[in-house]
Ligand binder design. Structure first.
Ligand code: NAP
Length: 486
């Protein structure tokens, strides 16, 4: 049996929920949201490790059209974010559109009919005029290619696949990686474990986190005088946009911030040797700048050791480093991030003439405004190539992309078109410009290797500009840039 819809959304994170809400606002109700997990939330469902919280303020990291006056903290924890998403699903009546435990494996465009045929694990089949891919930029855990990793006999799991039954108490634990996930996990479990070995390859730049509970008075204000919350969101918005200046145009700002970060390190870590290990050697901003108040103090604990000697191999009982030291370990937590820049499509996608998406993207994922790809008509991506941010809330980009998708769907309907397909030269010219802009940024010139880039150095993940520029460009459907087939 084939389940037929007008639109099919893949993924129920912020992107999928936003697309669904806006479809409904447009009077579209014949759609389904396919979700691989057994609940909604995407990354905020997957990443429930201890200490998981957002590193962008909640009043900005939430939908502009659905303000939450009751955020408990400046940077809310994962459970509260997931609750907010559940509230959105309830309020906008999305639950009836959600189909869980459905992992899409293949999407194929039928050019003669102008429809997408979609298959999922277990043999379910769907068809839809349009597909909206919201499967997340950081949803595929990346396991490190370390010799012997499969021979480890203890417990081992990825930060995004946290074992709910895991109890850190009294264990000897290794954490591999020192990115955004690890710096939240380490301080949370350090007081419980017997011994924590932190395997660091590159020290991150860390700034203090301006976190605090939001007072009941402020919450009262936001509930009773909503304009105060809107004003606060605006302030946060511009504060973050200023940071983009440093990444893109004014590296001087980063020099100043680097000094603050080094001062913070000095205040937090009195031991000179440890401080040396934790001092970054690349330009701030090249990798994501992290914020934490408890990470550095956790590293000064007697039961925490930062190891920088490099991992030789993992064996049955633990980790052997290049200096020949073996450390026996009960549990290894893999905090090595996600597959972001290579093999970007999470499932097989075949567009016009059977063209394979990952094959088309072999030299680097490309789209127009991160949303449409030439040769893949009526397919829309949210958080597609070069839409990531180093400086602000991804929800801003998601809303902008969803706006463009809604405008495109309106045009498709008005013109009674079978499909719309981005012109190839539009995509090429746009991406030449994106890469040219990126070539002047700290992400390309900061002397680091990051998940922002492919192995060949091409940055296919970040938007090299302000969010307001992206919002302006995604305001309306540009008819002349598409082939419209009736
Ligand atoms: P990540 O930032 O990519 O960090 C991965 C860490 O693992 C890095 O320290 C990396 O070292 C290390 N690593 C990778 N391969 C390794 C290997 N073979 N051997 C040893 N170490 C290795 O991953 P993440 O911490 O999961 O964060 C990914 C992104 O998710 C973040 O940048 C952020 O956008 C998002 N995130 C957000 C939040 C939030 O608060 N909102 C929280 C968590 C994650 P190198 O630096 O040397 O490569």
């Amino acid at each position: 049996m084939i389940n037929t819809y007008d639109q099919l959304i893949i993924g129920s994170g912020f992107a999928g929920l936003c697309a669904a809400i806006k479809l409904k606002e447009q009077g579209e109700n014949n759609f389904v949201i396919l979700e691989r997990n057994d609940w909604l939330g995407g990354t905020w469902y997957d990443n429930h490790y201890p200490g998981a919280a957002c590193d962008v303020e909640s009043h900005l990291y939430s939908f502009s059209f659905e303000p939450n006056p009751n955020w408990s903290r400046q940077f809310s924890p994962q459970q509260e974010i997931l609750k907010y998403m559940e509230h959105c699903a309830e309020k906008y009546d999305l639950y009836k559109h959600l189909q869980y435990n459905t992992t899409v494996t293949q999407a194929t465009f039928d050019e003669a009919k102008g429809i997408w045929n979609v298959s999922a694990e277990g043999g379910q089949n769907f068809s839809a005029r349009s597909i909206i891919t919201c499967s997340g930029g950081l949803s595929q855990p990346m396991f490190p290619d370390i010799k012997g990793i499969d021979s480890f006999k203890g417990t081992m799991f990825h930060s995004a696949k946290w074992e709910k039954k895991f109890d850190a108490k009294g264990k000897t634990v290794a954490v591999i990686g020192t990115g955004a996930s690890a710096i939240q996990i380490v301080p949370t479990i350090a007081p419980d474990v017997k011994q924590l070995y932190l395997f660091q390859r590159t020290p991150p730049w860390i700034m203090p986190k301006p976190d605090a509970e939001i007072s009941s008075l402020r919450r009262w204000l936001y509930n009773n005088l909503p304009f105060t919350q809107a004003l606060y969101r605006r302030r946060l918005y511009w504060q973050h946009e200023l940071m983009a200046l440093g990444f893109i145009k004014r590296p001087g700002i980063l020099k100043f911030a680097s000094k603050l970060s080094l001062r913070f390190l000095k205040q937090s870590v009195p031991d000179e040797k440890l401080r040396e290990k934790l001092t970054p050697s690349y330009v701030m901003g090249c990798k994501r700048v992290l914020i934490s108040n408890d990470y550095y103090p956790a590293l000064t604990r007697n039961n925490v050791e930062v190891i920088t000697d490099g991992i030789q191999q993992i064996n049955e009982t633990g980790v052997l480093t290049k200096d020949g030291v073996q450390r026996n370990i009960d549990t290894i937590i893999i905090a090595t991030g996600f597959q972001a820049a290579e093999e970007v499509s999470r499932f097989a996608v075949n567009g016009r003439n059977g063209m394979d998406l990952n094959e088309a993207w072999r030299e680097g994922a490309e789209a127009y405004l991160g949303t449409t790809v030439s040769g893949f008509p009526n397919m829309f991506l949210v958080v597609g190539p070069n839409t990531g941010l180093g400086h602000s809330s991804m929800i801003l980009m998601i809303e902008a992309q969803v706006n463009l998708i809604m405008e495109s769907l309106k045009a498709l309907k008005q013109k009674q078109a079978k499909f719309i397909d981005l012109k190839r030269d539009v995509q090429q010219e746009y991406n030449r410009d994106i890469q040219e802009k990126l070539s002047h940024t700290v992400w390309q010139n900061g002397g680091c290797v990051s998940w922002y880039q492919m192995k060949n150095g091409k940055n296919v993940t970040l938007w090299p500009g302000f969010t307001f520029t992206f919002m302006k460009r995604t305001k309306k459907f540009e008819e002349e840039k598409y082939e419209i087939v009736n």
